[in-house]
Design a protein around this ligand. Structure first.
Ligand code: NAX
Length: 332
């Protein structure tokens, strides 16, 4: 029998966590034979709500879930964890300036970075979901110098899954038939959804997205805009932001990282940039990656059509600006 691993979810009383905790606890992320101890972090005013979540987890009677630790103390939450889903963040409130939002989040991710540094396993895999996810991941990593920078990643898997779903619907194939879409850059409206390297299985034959969709104009315009604006469209309809799909994507991201990608498959992940494809070095930039033995690798040698190059530069520039703003808050 495997020993249980400790997994922390922050923002555990929130709406993404409400879907995510069940997906993790039933074994869909770390494997059906991997027992788990779940650490749930939220802020003190949310402890009563969190108690309700703990009751529901118990009532699911899940065989792999060995213990649940609800807490408002980062030292307890991050103790000995192998995986961290950093979902909790300061949401943008009405009248709040971008700068205020950034400085609130710098504080949160500084505290959590320090707690990871002190208390987590040195091989902890960290996924930042809370926005601005890419920049929060840099801040967190900066305050956890004893943990490799490669272990801090940001979520663009939701955008990746949205892109697959759009192409599958357009090509009239089931969504598992679509792979190798790419989300480049920031998890923001400047992200670059790129289907030019995608593979689509149409009746058993592997073809490009262009061949499957037969509408190049759609791939270069509506497809890109729909994926970029999907979060806003969900808010407009639901009056709340994406939660079920965000939770599913967070689970997909961590499962790929722990268990690896399929042969010939790549997925999108915000990772520390080494300058590949002209992205600025040191920012957390979404790239296509393959994963084996728990290590991600940026896919090299893809030919990037000129059409996407300006967009790649713009999203990289936005990430550099965000990083500069975060560093200014840190130094202030
Ligand atoms: P909710 O507001 O429902 O939940 C957030 C929870 O985080 C709350 O319970 C809050 O008390 C808690 N929290 C706040 N500060 C905390 C701290 N310092 N430590 C621990 N917990 C803290 O938001 P939800 O809809 O669950 O979204 C969470 C975050 O995900 C937001 O920042 C949101 O912008 C971001 N998203 C990121 C996505 C991505 O693709 N990267 C997509 C979905 C989502 O919009």
């Amino acid at each position: 029998d495997k020993q249980p691993i400790r997994v922390v979810v922050t923002g555990a009383a929130g709406q993404i966590a409400y879907s995510l905790l069940y997906i993790i606890a039933k074994g869909d992320v770390f494997g059906r034979d991997q027992p788990l101890i779940l650490h749930l972090l939220d802020i003190p005013p949310m402890m009563e709500v969190l108690e309700g979540v703990v009751m529901e987890l118990a009532d699911c009677a899940l065989p792999l879930l060995r213990q649940v630790v609800p807490t408002a103390d980062p030292a307890v939450a991050f103790n000995d964890v192998s995986a961290a889903f950093l979902v909790g963040a300061m949401p943008r409130k009405q009248g709040m300036e971008r700068k205020d939002l950034l400085s609130a989040n710098v504080k949160i991710f500084k505290v959590q970075g320090e707690a990871l540094d002190k208390h987590a396993r040195k091989d902890v895999k960290v996924l930042v979901v809370g926005n601005p996810a890419n920049t929060n991941a840099i801040v967190c990593s900066k305050y956890a110098p004893s943990i490799p920078a490669e272990n801090f990643t940001a979520m663009t898997r939701l955008d990746h899954n949205r892109a697959r779903a759009q192409i599958a619907a357009r090509a009239n194939v089931p969504v598992p038939c679509v792979s190798n879409v790419i989300i480049w850059g920031n998890h923001s409206s400047t992200q670059v959804p790129d289907a030019s390297h995608a593979k689509v299985n149409v009746n058993g034959k592997m073809v490009s997205a262009s061949e499957a969709v037969k509408d190049e104009a759609w791939l270069r315009k509506q497809f890109i805009e729909t994926v970029q604006k999907r979060g806003a469209a969900v808010i407009a309809a639901r009056k709340m932001s994406s939660a079920m799909s965000a939770a599913t994507a967070a689970a997909d991201h961590m499962r790929s990282w722990f268990l690896g990608t399929d042969p010939d498959e790549f997925v999108s992940m915000g990772v520390v940039s080494d300058g590949s494809y002209g992205a600025p070095k040191g920012v957390v930039f979404s790239f296509p990656v393959t994963i084996s033995n728990g290590q991600w690798k940026i896919v090299q040698g893809l030919k990037i059509d000129d059409f996407y190059l300006d967009m790649l530069a713009a999203t990289g520039k936005e990430l550099e600006e965000e990083r500069a703003e975060a560093m200014a808050v840190i130094q202030a």
